[in-house]
Design a protein around this ligand. Structure first.
Ligand SMILES: Nc1ncnc2c1ncn2[C@@H]1O[C@H](COP(=O)(O)OP(=O)(O)OP(=O)(O)O)[C@@H](O)[C@H]1O
Ligand SMILES: [Mg+2]
Length: 242
């Protein structure tokens, strides 16, 4: 087996906004390879903004995003992608008129080596056998859950070091969510990828995460192990419900 040193993604004092509105007021968070970190928060808390800043889609006004100590905040999105950060944005944007396989090929556009491409495809199909069964089907005809699998699979085609997942549970039936979360959880247990998952479904996200952060109105208000957060009275009252 090839030895790879653990990597770290660190967000420091990240501040960003839209026009005169500041959406993130200096947040700190981190994720190591092989770790799953959940960011929970309600609508408008700044979860998507945080992920979009990390992958260079939304410009930050202040702060740092360090990939193994190197500041990548001013890099363009395609460079950040090449460095091994893959984002699965909110809303399951598949290419509806392309087949499942073609969608996965799009995810691997930077993978030039045919053998490497084949390995990645096999990895993704093993992870999501549903995609393998439907590889010639148009992505637009997949169910919501299958589309979510496809966008995650597409991001994994590049063998990212860090995967940023934006609300993968949104609009899916509880059983489908459980299935997808089980697969994501297995991915962390069996590979070196580090995952940052942002979710309104705090119970689900914390059930598979190692650590978590609570993001409220653009500020991190709590940081603890996932087990601690799940049991926390404030978290229960605000994000888990009874
Ligand atoms: N493109 C934009 N232009 C202007 N304001 C924006 C834009 N995107 C987000 N915002 C604002 O920034 C704040 C944070 O939004 P963001 O989308 O990051 O929240 P979120 O936590 O992802 O919410 P949700 O759970 O609804 O997806 C909100 O007040 C939102 O209205
Ligand atoms: Mg969002």
């Amino acid at each position: 087996m090839e030895e790879s040193s653990p990597m770290k993604l660190e967000v420091e004092q990240l501040t960003a906004g839209y026009g005169s509105i500041e959406a993130l007021h200096g947040i700190n968070l981190s994720c190591s390879s092989g770790e799953m970190v959940a960011v929970i928060g309600s609508n408008g808390a700044g979860k998507s903004t945080a992920l979009n800043c990390i992958c260079g889609v939304v410009p930050a006004s202040y702060g740092e995003v360090l990939l193994d100590g190197r500041d990548i905040l001013d890099e363009p999105p395609h460079r950040i992608a090449m460095m091994g950060i893959a984002q699965v944005p909110e809303g399951r944007r598949v290419f509806p008129r392309l087949t499942v396989l073609e969608n996965l090929e799009m995810g691997a556009y930077i993978v030039r080596d045919k053998a490497v491409f084949g390995e990645r495809l096999e990895f993704v199909y093993n992870l999501f056998p549903r995609l393998s069964e439907r590889q010639r089907q148009n992505a637009g005809d997949l169910s919501g859950g299958e589309q979510q699998m496809l966008v995650i699979g597409r991001a994994l085609m590049r063998n990212p070091k860090f995967l940023l997942l934006d609300e993968p549970s949104l609009g899916l039936a509880p059983m489908v969510v459980e299935n997808i979360f089980e697969i994501i959880s297995g991915l962390v247990g069996s590979s070196e990828v580090g995952i940052i998952i942002v979710e309104q479904n705090a119970a689900m996200a914390l059930s598979i995460a190692n650590r978590g952060y609570v993001l409220e109105n653009g500020r991190i208000t709590m940081e603890a192990s996932a087990d601690e957060l799940i049991c926390d009275e404030r978290v229960k009252a605000a994000y888990i419900g009874g």
